[in-house]
Design a protein around this ligand. Structure first.
Ligand SMILES: [Zn+2]
Ligand SMILES: [Zn+2]
Length: 280
């Protein structure tokens, strides 16, 4: 919560003029409790989850032939009932699991030093922080996901996420409630190590969510912006993990490919890829 209620008051404390963004932030957040600002996160996640996978899902259900050549597993159609069931389950999980987690984790958010006041971070500061979070998340998520593929982890928890052997964007956060809680740890680890402004925290969670939706979209389109990110895994990379399913000991990383390369868990995928290249 901001402790000054007007632009002149804030400018007197900061001893400079506020930027347009800072003045807007002051108008929006002055007098708003930090818990409510933090709780915005789940609202953003729900909005992004509803809207981001929608265009491709509509296209796939109404005009599948138009985009079939980009589908990673073209012979397996996705049904409307499966998508609706997935959406309903994920929204319930968000409201019943992630929502309470947001409230319970609020003291930790305050403790690690995620701030809501002024000044707002600069663009380079926000970019550097999100860059750190991406690397930390990818590494920690790799090990959490790998642990999920032990017999116990898979049987008790992770099998739910693998119900979709042909992933769709809506299935990105489709998982057992315990997995949703566990995967919150890698996502939160970066902000805990390098605390940021709440707006950067929102940005990071939204970007991570969009990345997961893109990775699960089931389509490998040429020239998507993520194709230009070095070592980025993407839809085709993660699709293989779902295609193999229960037995999968390959492609555990959530964002990049280098953890799987370093720890030797991309051999099945490389073999599969080489084989497909020879058949073509
Ligand atoms: Zn898995
Ligand atoms: Zn997945």
């Amino acid at each position: 919560m901001l402790h000054y209620r007007s632009v002149p008051e804030a400018e007197a404390v900061l001893q400079r003029n506020l930027t347009t963004a800072e003045a807007a932030w002051l108008r929006y957040s002055a007098g708003t409790h930090d818990l409510w600002l933090y709780f915005h996160n789940i609202i953003f996640l729900l909005v992004v989850y509803t809207l981001a996978p929608l265009p491709l899902a509509v296209l796939e259900l109404t005009r599948p032939d138009a985009i079939r050549r980009y589908k990673v597993q073209p012979k397996v159609p996705v049904s409307l009932s499966a998508v609706l069931r997935c959406y309903r389950n994920v929204v319930c999980s968000f409201l019943l699991t992630v929502g309470p987690l947001q409230i319970l984790s609020y003291p930790t958010v305050k403790w690690v030093g995620i701030r809501t006041g002024l000044p707002l971070p600069t663009w380079w500061e926000a970019t550097a922080q999100v860059g750190v979070y991406v690397v930390v998340e990818d590494y920690a998520n790799y090990w959490v996901h790998r642990a999920m593929h032990t017999p116990w982890g898979y049987e008790k928890i992770h099998h739910v996420h693998h119900e979709f052997t042909v992933p769709v964007g809506f299935a990105a956060p489709y998982a057992h409630w315990a997995e949703l809680l566990l995967l919150g740890v890698p996502s939160f680890l970066g902000p805990a190590l390098v605390p940021c402004h709440i707006t950067v925290f929102w940005l990071w969670m939204v970007l991570r969510h969009v990345e997961a939706i893109e990775t699960h979209c089931g389509y490998d389109f040429p020239h998507t912006p993520t194709k230009y990110i070095p070592f980025y895994g993407g839809a085709e990379y993660h699709d293989y993990h779902h295609f193999v399913g229960r037995q999968s000991q390959s492609n555990f990383a959530s964002i990049f490919t280098y953890c799987d390369y370093i720890y030797g868990t991309d051999k099945g995928y490389r073999y599969h890829k080489d084989l497909r290249a020879k058949i073509r």
